[in-house]
Design a binder for this molecule. Structure first.
Ligand code: CTP
Ligand code: MG
Length: 171
């Protein structure tokens, strides 16, 4: 596989990364589960999943798609609508995948912010790829590359968020 096809894979998935990282900066306020518990007595999602983070992440990830269109319109077949719907679905997929991940973490008894290796780094990615599939997809080799590359980026950005005091733990 060529270097440029790997770079295109990263360019393709960027809105999902942006959407996944934005809630750390814009999140807060009312938690999505309103503090309610599941029948196992544990929180449904926990305080780390807020409405502001969810909608803020989708808005910022989608807006990033508009910016991408300005730089590489031909990547989206010259269609602004394609670029925007792709960015929206990647962002929605990333944040829904993140919620599903938190739901399973709470069921497993893991407190908010506790690391779940694999789920934290790849759940949002797999969900984003699935949501965006109908609009535009990438090749299987590019997907495998993203599965390997994403955990490293995820750890890097979480460490940066920890260093600037936006996260309590460096993962
Ligand atoms: N965040 C948010 N709303 C979301 C997702 C994230 O407000 N829908 C914010 C929260 O402040 C959260 C931070 O972004 O603490 C980091 O997100 P993440 O690592 O996904 O949450 P955790 O706090 O680690 O919680 P969990 O254990 O449920 O993953
Ligand atoms: Mg986390």
């Amino acid at each position: 596989m060529s270097l440029s096809s790997l770079a295109w894979a990263v360019w393709y998935i960027l809105p999902a990364y942006v959407a996944n990282a934005s809630p750390v900066l814009v999140g807060g306020g009312r938690p999505m589960d309103m503090g309610r518990k599941w029948r196992d007595g544990k929180r449904i999602l926990g305080d780390g999943k807020t409405w502001r983070g969810f909608f803020g992440g989708i808005a910022i990830g989608t807006a990033f798609g508009a910016f991408q269109y300005l730089i590489t319109p031909s990547f989206y077949g010259g269609s602004f609508k394609t670029a925007l719907s792709l960015a929206f679905l990647l962002s929605l997929g990333a944040l829904v995948g993140d919620l599903v991940g938190s739901f399973f973490k709470r069921r497993a008894g893991l407190p908010r912010g506790y690391p779940a290796i694999g789920l934290d780094q790849l759940g949002f990615l797999i969900s984003a790829l699935a949501f965006a599939y109908p609009v535009k997809t990438i090749g299987p080799g590019q997907m495998i590359f993203l599965l390997i590359f994403t955990p490293f980026l995820h750890w890097g950005t979480n460490y940066a968020a920890y260093k600037i005091g936006k996260k309590e733990v460096p993962w």
